[in-house]
Design a protein around this ligand. Structure first.
Ligand SMILES: Nc1ncnc2c1ncn2[C@@H]1O[C@H](COP(=O)(O)OP(=O)(O)O)[C@@H](O)[C@H]1O
Ligand SMILES: [Mg+2]
Length: 336
């Protein structure tokens, strides 16, 4: 299987400068209104807790339709616009996601709007939009540098290609594939399991070559959910860089990065059990940060190899020892 096969859309114009599409009018909303709604979405990232609470109360009292809760601030800034959103069946069906750059045209500019499915466990609501030939996934950013990491992974064709988005969110190619763990064991040829392992090994080596620690389960978590999606043609894509850490500044790491490396450390559960206050957790992060600063980059990256070996163990349990062994052998070969 070729790692990251398939067509990847380029979203960057020039040296890392994101091309910004000006808002367009669709007849329902003027360009200025689309701009205002997009600004409201972009500011969600830093929305104060009191505004969140006000939106929740408004939903609870039936004054705000649940899909429009994120835009509740507009009810004060531009009540007439908010009222129109409340009467717009598409805004109720697609929530904020119909106003993202590429998606806006699909939702408001076509006769048949895209199919939408909802996902998301740890990061909040993830929208999966299928527009036939094309599709996109929109997800709230989970860490400060996730967009940067996802862009590198996209360039390497390890992760989905990244598209123009709004602040605080990633918008990326919709990967058409299933969890690696859902591949049919009966019909997949033996050498394909070996190739799949090699592909994942090469993908991991490519990420490590750019200083990215993936830092999450790849092949399978204990519940059999996989971050490796496999398509019908044998292409594989790694999704979800929410707790990944870019080690380009190592040994300097931000608190959030240290915490993301701490929380995926198998010892964290034990440590956390002993910590009784937020100050204790802060102390843990401080100590862990000092430990990480004293470790080599390779030693930090090597946790990905342990996580993958663990995933291979889950694969063996679910899909059989033979599959686990082939994927494991392939992975070690591919990583090199
Ligand atoms: N680019 C994508 N293409 C297709 N499906 C995706 C994509 N990104 C996420 N998903 C789906 O959404 C789920 C949640 O996304 P993920 O980024 O893993 O967020 P989290 O696990 O933090 O909630 C994934 O398990 C997958 O099923
Ligand atoms: Mg995930």
């Amino acid at each position: 299987m070729a790692a990251g096969a398939g067509c990847r859309r380029r979203v960057f114009a020039g040296a890392g400068i994101r091309r910004l599409t000006p808002p367009v009018s669709d007849g329902t909303y003027t360009a200025a209104e689309v701009g205002e709604i997009r600004r409201a979405i972009a500011f969600l990232e830093n929305r104060p807790a009191v505004e969140r609470a006000a939106a929740e109360t408004a939903v609870g009292e039936g004054r705000c339709p649940p899909p429009l809760a994120p835009l509740w601030g507009l009810s004060v800034e531009n009540p007439a616009l908010f009222e129109r959103l409340c009467g717009d069946a598409k805004a109720l069906a697609y929530s904020i996601f119909g106003f993202f750059p590429t998606i806006h045209g699909w939702v408001y500019g076509q006769e048949t709007p895209p199919a939408v499915a909802w996902e998301g466990r740890t990061r909040g609501l993830v929208a999966l939009l299928d527009n036939g030939e094309d599709g996109a996934a929109v997800k709230p950013k989970q860490s400060r540098r996730e967009d940067e990491i996802a862009a590198i992974a996209g360039e390497l064709a390890v992760g989905p290609g990244q598209r123009e988005s709004l602040a605080g969110f990633l918008c990326e190619d919709l990967v058409r594939g299933r969890f690696f763990t859902e591949l049919p064991v009966e019909t997949v040829a033996e050498e394909s399991w070996l190739e799949a392992g090699q592909g994942l090994g090469r993908m991991m080596a490519a990420l490590h070559g750019r200083g990215i620690c993936y830092n999450d389960a790849t092949l399978s978590d204990p519940e059999g959910r996989s971050h490796l999606l496999a398509d019908e043609n044998g292409g594989m894509t790694l999704i979800d860089f929410g707790v990944s850490v870019l080690l380009d500044q190592h040994p300097r790491l931000e608190g959030e990065e240290v915490f993301n490396l701490l929380r995926t450390d198998p010892m964290f559960r034990v440590f956390r059990g002993m910590a009784s206050s937020p100050e204790d957790i802060q102390g843990l992060v401080y100590d862990y940060g000092r430990r990480l600063a004293g470790m080599s980059r390779e030693a930090i990256l090597s946790r990905d190899l342990r996580f993958t070996e663990q995933g291979i163990g889950f694969v063996a349990q679910r899909m059989g020892e033979r599959v686990g062994a082939l994927v494991g052998t392939g992975f070690r070969e591919g990583y090199g």
